[in-house]
Design a protein around this ligand. Structure first.
Ligand code: ACO
Length: 445
């Protein structure tokens, strides 16, 4: 612990990580809140000294004020907000590399829970009993149909459009046909969370069929799970039990993940008191990128490009030598491995044996050995999910939409939590542009 003082006020530094990364940035316990306000705010109550995020008990994230020789406060930024604690949340945690949903270890959930149990857990804060679970499954089934107007719009989308762009647009348009879209009562927001969770799988399956020139298939009214209904709507056939179980486990593993980029985007959006559809639309936009959810598709593209296990070594070595990223490796928070990856690895192996095609799994194992051996980077949730979905015969560009189907549970849980205890999320920026510039009339430029 480091003790620092400024203006006669003492601060106790609780976390030295960001301090080491950049001088002047630290997690501080504010000993005297009123006194710190005088430092952080100027006479006109303008926030001077950043970063002041959410109050966490008595602790703030604060960048210590630096001032220039004129005594002006200099704002400093932490790139990518690394190490910044931006909100409180009781939904999921990553502590010492262990992921929990509502305090339950992801390993226990992956081995024992169904996705619907997890959805209930994330929304209501406890595991459901039998009647609560069947009640939720019934509600999801009865809300799974998508308005005809939205399906008709999907039919007008270009057939070769990016699947996440299609999903983002369709989810945004759901709001136009929901009479209670603007109702901000907690009961209405929960109803909309159920609708979103129920309708996303229908949209993804419908888009896939429409782009192939097929009619969308209406959701089953009596499906046992989202996984079953989704696979049924994709193919029109009753899926095998093993496929339902594998997809269900993948959905459990992707459901929530603390303040990941898309969840943060959702929370920022709804913290303006915008509606839940806007929040989920923002989240889908953030998930789409290859540094986040889009990585699972990129992994499969890489596996396909490599082709066979014999090509792995030269391909990976060349990429690493050229300082290129290997998709599906590394993580902002986990430095000793993503706890979800081992479950997906096991599934990938089992499904490979079952389908009689071990090629993707064998290649993946070799890639892991090389990347971990040469760079010390471990696989994240996206790495083995690529071969799992491929074994389930799911098209590559539906991998990220499936991630979105699962993460809708986490996004909506976080949105509901944000509404419960809201404050606008509005950080500051460190200005790096020129100063004291004169306005030059257009004829003189
Ligand atoms: N392959 C090769 N090198 C890597 C990789 C990778 N996958 N990931 C990080 N590195 C290297 C970087 O090149 C960098 O090296 P340098 O310091 O020599 O420049 C160093 O490790 C730090 O990398 P950053 O990108 O700064 O780490 P950050 O914490 O910002 O990023 C991220 C984390 C985005 C996940 C990164 O590891 C990455 O791009 N991985 C590949 C994409 C991916 O798999 N994303 C999915 C993440 S999980 C999820 O969102 C569901």
């Amino acid at each position: 612990m480091i003790a620092v003082s400024q203006g006669g006020i003492s601060f106790r530094v609780l976390n030295e990580v960001s301090m080491q990364r950049r001088n002047g940035s630290a997690l501080l316990e504010i000993i005297d809140f009123e006194a710190i306000r005088n430092i952080l705010y100027g006479a006109d109550n303008e926030l001077l000294c950043l970063n002041l995020f959410t109050l966490i008990g008595k602790s703030f994230i604060v960048d210590l004020c630096e001032s220039n020789d004129k005594g002006e406060i200099i704002l400093t930024a932490t790139k990518g907000l690394e190490g910044i604690v931006a909100t409180t949340s009781s939904i999921s945690s990553i502590i010492d590399g262990v992921l929990t949903y509502r305090g339950i270890n992801i390993d226990d959930l992956a081995e024992n829970a169904t996705f619907e149990e997890v959805v209930y857990l994330l929304w209501y804060g406890k595991l459901p009993n039998r009647s609560e679970l069947s009640g939720l499954i019934q509600e999801l089934n009865s809300n799974a149909a998508v308005p005809a107007e939205v399906l008709n719009q999907i039919k007008l989308y270009p057939k070769d459009v990016n699947t996440m762009a299609a999903l983002r647009t369709a989810v945004s348009s759901l709001a136009l046909y929901d009479p209670e879209a603007g109702d901000m009562t907690p009961e209405s927001n929960l109803r909309k969370a159920i609708k979103l969770q129920a309708q996303l799988p229908t949209i993804v399956a419908a888009f896939d069929r429409i782009r192939k020139g097929l009619e969308p298939i209406a959701p089953k009214a009596d499906a046992g799970s989202i996984s079953e209904n989704f696979l049924y709507m994709l193919t029109g056939k009753n899926p095998e039990k093993i496929a339902i179980e594998a997809l269900d486990k993948a959905l459990v593993l992707h459901a929530d993940h603390e303040l990941n980029a898309s969840t943060f985007a959702a929370r920022v959006t709804v913290a303006t008191l915008s509606d839940i559809y806007s929040g989920v639309t923002s989240a889908i936009g953030a998930l789409k990128g290859p540094l986040h959810g889009g990585a699972n598709e990129a992994v499969m593209a890489m596996l396909e490009e490599i082709g066979t296990a014999a090509n792995v070594k030269s391909y990976i070595t060349e990429k690493l030598e050229n300082k290129q990223k290997i998709m599906g490796f590394g993580h902002r928070v986990y430095k000793n491995g993503d706890p979800r990856a081992k479950h997906l690895q096991k599934m990938s192996q089992e499904l490979g044996k079952l389908t009689g095609n071990m090629n993707w799994y064998d290649m993946s194992i070799q890639i892991e050995e090389l990347v971990t051996g040469q760079k010390g980077l471990k696989p994240n949730v996206d790495f083995y999910s690529a071969s799992v979905y491929t074994s389930l015969e799911i098209p590559r560009d539906l991998f990220t939409p499936i991630f979105a189907i699962s993460r809708t549970s986490g996004w909506t849980a976080h949105i509901l939590e944000q509404y419960e205890n809201n404050r606008l999320i509005r950080p500051r920026a460190e200005y790096t542009g020129p100063s004291h510039q004169a306005y030059v009339p257009i004829e003189k430029r």
